[in-house]
Design a protein around this ligand. Structure first.
Ligand code: HEC
Length: 171
């Protein structure tokens, strides 16, 4: 028990490094207005979750995180995260499909003319192939309704989704 200060605290951060050198942010021409990095506390996540429209306000974030494990091999979600096989998903809600700068989308996705919201994502995740024929996301889909609800709630909370401002109190 008489040891000197233990130096065994090697950074465990490497656990998080899932390959892929991030050739991402370095030369970014700052196309989008710079938003401050925003990391929500658990309490803020709970508040945001509760503010989502039904049924997402009842989403189970833990189950959503588990379901998202099936997406992680191809997608990062953190702000400024790298594109992998699929594009980084930060800020995806409210963004037009196929619009992430510098990511090389399929023609089908690049020319798709819609904006991602929960409903679109729900259909996409149910069956990517039939939702948008010709896209290149080789993912069979999440057949379970609850998994889709939860992964969408999880994504809303983790990808910088801004809740609609509450209507101003009429007074
Ligand atoms: C095998 C790799 C892979 C997996 C697994 C995968 N994706 Fe994708 N995803 C892609 C690719 C590739 C694209 C781009 C599709 C294209 O350009 O046609 C994409 C596109 C998307 C888009 C559209 C993004 C945009 O900018 O328009 C969303 C949203 C998305 N994926 C969500 C998910 C979610 C959620 C999961 C897990 C439930 C998932 N993906 C699983 C590869 C994957």
């Amino acid at each position: 028990m008489n040891r000197f200060a233990p130096l065994a605290v090697a950074p465990i951060l490497m656990l998080a490094a899932c390959g892929n050198g991030g050739a991402d942010t370095s030369s970014a021409p700052a196309a989008a207005p710079a938003k401050p990095a925003r990391v929500l506390s658990d309490a803020e996540k709970a508040t945001l979750l509760a503010s989502l429209p039904a049924p997402y306000n009842e989403g189970d974030l833990e189950n959503g995180r588990r379901a998202f494990a099936r997406c992680r091999s191809c997608h990062t979600i953190g702000e400024g995260g790298p594109d992998m096989a699929g594009p980084n998903l930060y800020g995806v809600f409210g963004r037009k499909a196929g619009e992430r700068p510098r990511y090389s989308y399929s023609n089908a996705m690049r020319t798709a003319d819609f904006t991602w919201d929960a409903e679109k994502l729900d259909h996409w995740l149910q069956n990517p192939r039939t939702f948008l024929p010709g896209n290149k996301m080789t993912f069979p889909g999440l057949p379970d309704d609850k998994d889709r609800r939860d992964v969408i709630a999880f994504l809303k909370v983790e990808t910088g989704y801004q809740a609609e401002p509450a209507p101003a109190p009429a007074s």
